[in-house]
Design a protein around this ligand. Sequence first.
Ligand code: 2AM
Length: 208
Amino acid sequence: MRCFIALPLPEETRTLLLPPLRSARKLEPEWRWIGPDALHLTLAFLGEIDGTTLECARSAVLAVAGTGAFGLPVSGLTTFPSGGRPRVIALELGEAKDRGSNPCAGLWRLVNEKLAVACARARVRNPNAEWPDGRPFRAHLTLARAKTGALRPDIPALWNLFGGAAQAPIALDACILYGSELRPDGAKHTELARVALGSARETPPGVP
Ligand code: 2AM
């Protein structure tokens, strides 16, 4: 199954992003805009995996349970790749200000290290082909992908739509191993494993 490890967005953020996503679809119709429920912050893309490798991915996600939730500010809107024809429109996320140093990059490193160690122990190939020598980690939320022949998007106009909706930091409090089925109407994501990031030391609301 095609799999990836990512952080889901809280319902509040998905609701906030719904109106700008609707407007963006009209503004840039030659881009394939993602539905708010499918938005996520990718930590590792694993491609087609099964059996032992899938179990290694599951164990890597379980290993980051309780490492601490955090909130990331939206810092801008950009296209990827930085050179050449843009293929992706994404919201860029800055680092958390409410915790110690770089919790998101730390989580990206930790889950990928756990995956690499589990794969080495099980003597299977690490499915994250980019780890550790690939592109440096840039926390982002992919909003749209180019359809064939898509024009360069109007970034200032898009930022006018999304900037206002993305003022509060986005709370990231879970890590998920997703299975992804590619369909003509967009990818369908299934949760294969989910952990809460919230630290075990945190007291739930209402508990003294
Ligand atoms: P991104 O959108 O955050 O860049 C699930 O398909 C996720 O895995 C995508 O949202 C994408 O992350 C990432 N992904 C998909 N195909 C990929 C590939 N070939 N290489 C790296 N990452 C990929």
